[in-house]
Design a protein around this ligand. Structure first.
Ligand code: MGD
Ligand code: MGD
Ligand code: MO
Length: 769
């Protein structure tokens, strides 16, 4: 199935006709305000979001421009802030009322709705309740346990929000203690990027900056849902579209944000309700079919060059790349019928996009989870790079590769040392700087950490934010294994399921959020983070903390480290907690190229750029050149399901931030009220004998031993390619086995899981999961 902008959404399926942004987004914010009754000063905080010397949004990682608009925030940034600054509290009294076992029955939404955690809590196995404890008690307990354990049996997981300062001391603590088990939420999203781009262009992050978005004449969007997941990016897209830049989108779902956007900051658009069209072509590729599309695009670019000449940037190819001949031969050998069949896009559509590409001189390739979360995610990214390399679209103004990162500091966490891959970290420098011998053994990725919990190799799990147990694949099977942990420590803001999967000892440590004032010995502290376009920004919180007992993430990490490690004069934890600029000094020593004069530059409007070798056309790859990669398959899926079965893509709604569920309205997809739904093409429904609202169970087929099922999901007719079903994450994570991941980077293949959809036996009454 393919369609371009002129084709409307299938009329027989639910959809949303309004542009993204507009009044709908204002209503979305107001609804949450009513529910959370946040700190009355929340409006002031929202207005400071992403402003120079303001508060850097905790939602997505999109760039913060040097000249921000008066309102440099979006619906989701505002929602994240309201969620953080709620007036509800999750207190010791709450925990006295509810046992841990009873809380396990609560939904993700209801757990977080209890409110902000207020006190450090320790699990009491005899009563099955969390009970309050002092910070010293918590740190002593953690230190005592960690000293007893083999460091290699301990995992330090980080969700991508914590600041550069906290992340740096977190990774240092792990290495001083003796392991590289530093998985990060990035292992579940853009690890494919970190591994893939590093291999093919020698830089693990994107090459674009905001200026490129102002000068490109064509933009590709592969599997990234801008309207929901990085809405502020719609501003440069709107500008680009108005300039006449062509936007071509490949996505199985017609996402509103990539179709039309009404800027809430433009009164005319708000009054007329008419937005700016974003995508010139919108092609509903089959899941995993991007590899075939990209093969078709490259093939036709090569064909056009053979016919009319001057299409390839031959000078760039010969001077800067390696592997062209083999790659070009493979493209020539691939047949169009296989490309059409695997992608679901017609040869003529692919050829016309390729012709547009051949006419454009500055092209950016943007992508998200639709490329990274696949078994052949690496090849997806390598193929997009191949397409860009053919016309020299890396390292020139207005061109490049632009992965859109997830959490607000996920990219930065990797930059300052949170990595399970020791070869990416300047261990020699750390050894000198802190006078110790850093561990050199490769640590666990996210799936290896989860596997370690399952098979008992992991004895202690320390979590800097996040909701690991709910975010990983194979949730139902892994849940049971957590109880065999010796220690589960969770640094968090709100209660979630990962806190309830208690081990012999479990500790819940409540921390400040970024918008709260962080007062330490030397006064109010600022923190820093890195955005998707590799710019570093300072951020200062001003709100009164949710409780007097809260501590900053940095001081919690330092507290645990002090209780665990033997003292080291080079690591003055108390001084660092008292004044974060001292940590930034250490970061600048470890990473002089990126962070020289860190303290002086941290409030540069628009952030300071940490540089990128590929952008300078210096290729830190094995061959010293940018690599053309010859693909080995046309589909990013491990297998195309047999007739009658489906490929499941797991989706985020417009009313969630990962496992944080704000509400039940997926407005931009025209869906409302429920999350346990499965979206299906009406023709597929008919063939399977299913009707709208029918209750079904989904069985994961990637590995059927043990059986992986979810039950009582409701069928919703939706405009999807044939053979593809969509359902929300994390409700369907139980269907995906841990070993179903990108071959190279181990990023879970959350966008390509084979499933069977079957009616519930008797409307759900007798089924067991
Ligand atoms: N509001 C909000 N913002 C967020 C988040 C959130 O949950 N809520 N999460 C944050 C995080 S951590 C991340 S990593 C990012 C994620 O942001 P995105 O990268 O946008 O990730 P997803 O929404 O999971 O999926 C993106 C798109 O991929 C499409 N897709 C699925 N399979 C395929 C495929 O095979 N090919 C193609 N071409 N497309 C496909 C889906 O239809 C969807 O539109 O967003 C961040 N921002
Ligand atoms: N099926 C499927 N699974 C997926 C995905 C998918 O697309 N499909 N996406 C994957 C991706 S891209 C990601 S990034 C992961 C997300 O995985 P995680 O990053 O582990 O999960 P989050 O839902 O972002 O974590 C939410 C929790 O973080 C805590 N928190 C919030 N703010 C703060 C803070 O400032 N400090 C601290 N210490 N804690 C805080 C709160 O307690 C909250 O409950 O999920 C992955 N799982
Ligand atoms: Mo992510």
């Amino acid at each position: 199935m393919s369609n371009d902008f002129s084709k409307e959404q299938r009329p027989d399926t639910p959809h949303y006709d309004e542009p993204t942004g507009g009044w709908g987004s204002v209503k979305g914010m107001l609804r949450l305000m009513k529910k959370e009754r946040p700190d009355p000063l929340v409006a002031e905080t929202i207005l400071r979001l992403n402003q120079p010397e303001g508060d850097m949004c905790t939602a997505c990682a999109w760039a913060k421009p040097a000249n921000p608009s008066r309102f440099e925030f979006c619906e989701n940034g505002a929602k994240a802030t309201i969620w953080d600054l709620t007036s509800d509290r999750c207190t010791p009294e709450f925990f006295a009322q509810h046992s841990v076992t009873s809380l396990l029955e609560w939904s993700d939404h209801d757990l977080e709705m209890v409110g902000r955690l207020t006190h450090p809590m320790r699990y009491e196995p005899n009563t099955d309740h969390y009970v309050p404890c002092s910070w010293d008690e918590a740190f002593d307990l953690i230190g005592e346990q960690l000293q007893r354990l083999d460091p290699e049996s301990v995992v330090f997981y980080a969700s991508g929000r914590a600041s550069l300062e906290t992340s740096y001391v977190w990774a240092l603590f792990a290495r001083l203690y003796g392991h590289n088990n530093l998985p990060d939420s990035s292992n579940m999203c853009h690890e494919t990027t970190s591994v893939g781009l590093k291999k093919v262009i020698g830089s693990s992050v994107g090459t674009c900056v905001l200026d490129d978005f102002e000068h490109c004449d064509m933009l590709f969007f592969f599997g990234q849902n801008t309207g929901t997941n990085s809405p502020r990016m719609l501003h440069p897209l709107q500008e680009a579209s108005r300039r006449g830049c062509k936007v071509i989108t490949f996505n199985p779902v017609r996402e509103r944000g990539l179709i039309e956007f009404a800027n809430p900051q433009e009164p005319l658009q708000m009054l007329s309700g008419k937005g700016t069209p974003i995508s010139d072509r919108y092609l509903q590729v089959k899941p995993g079919g991007d590899l075939a599309v990209l093969t078709g695009l490259c093939k036709h670019v090569l064909e056009l060059d053979a016919i009319q000449g001057n299409v390839l940037d031959e000078e760039f190819i010969s001077e800067h790349t390696h592997g062209f001949d083999r790659f070009a031969a493979c493209m020539a050998d691939t047949q169009w019928d296989a490309i059409e069949k695997t992608s679901g896009i017609s040869c003529s559509d692919i050829k016309s996009v390729a012709a547009q590409y051949a006419r454009s001189s500055r092209v950016i390739g943007v992508y998200g989870m639709g490329l990274t979360q696949h078994v052949h995610g690496f090849q997806n990214i390598a193929m997009l790079i191949n397409l860009l390399l053919l016309r020299g679209n890396i390292g020139k103004r207005g061109a490049g590769i632009s992965p859109v990162r997830g959490h607000s500091n996920v990219q930065g966490q990797r930059t300052v040392g949170i990595s399970e891959k020791p070869e990416l970290v300047p261990l020699k420098q750390l050894a000198e700087q802190f006078d110790f011998t850093p561990p050199t053994k490769t640590g666990f990725t996210t799936v290896e950490a989860a596997q370690g919990v399952l098979d008992g190799r992991v004895k202690a799990f320390i979590s800097l934010g996040g909701n690991f147990a709910r975010a990983i694949p194979d949730q139902a099977n892994t849940d049971a294994a957590w109880s065999s942990l010796t220690l589960n420590v969770q640094i968090a803001t709100k209660l979630n399921r990962s806190h309830l999967l208690v081990g012999s000892q479990s500790v819940l440590l409540p921390c400040l959020v970024r918008s709260e004032e962080d007062r330490q010995a030397s006064g109010t502290q600022a923190v820093t983070l890195e955005d998707s376009l590799s710019h570093i920004h300072g951020s200062i919180g001003k709100r009164t903390p949710a409780s007097d007992m809260l501590r900053s993430e940095l001081s919690i990490v330092a507290g645990m480290a002090k209780a665990t490690l033997t003292p080291n004069a080079r690591v003055p934890w108390d001084q660092w907690v008292g004044d974060y600029s001292k940590v930034r000094e250490q970061i600048a020593i470890t990473y002089p190229e990126e962070f020289a004069d860190f303290n002086d530059r941290m409030f540069t409007p628009g952030g300071f750029y940490r540089g990128n070798s590929a952008r300078r056309r210096e290729w830190a790859t094995t061959s010293g050149k940018a690599e053309f990669t010859t693909p080995t398959t046309l589909s990013a899926l491990r297998e195309i399901p047999a007739t009658g079965d489906f490929t499941l893509i797991t989706l985020r709604s417009n009313d969630q931030f990962n496992t944080t569920i704000y509400g039940f309205s997926d407005r931009l997809r025209g869906l409302d009220g429920a999350r346990e739904i499965v979206m299906m093409n009406p023709e597929d429904m008919q063939r399977a004998g299913l009707v709208e609202n029918q209750k079904v169970m989904l069985e994961g087929l990637a590995d059927r031993s043990p059986e992986r099922r979810v039950i009582n999901f409701k069928v919703v007719a939706y405009d999807l390619p044939l053979g593809c079903v969509g359902a929300y994450y994390p409700e369907t994570n139980a269907l995906i086995p841990l070993n179903h991941h990108d071959v190279e980077s181990k990023t879970p293949a959350y966008k390509g899981c084979p499933v069977r959809v079957q009616p519930m036996p008797t409307d759900g009454q007798d089924a067991t999961a």
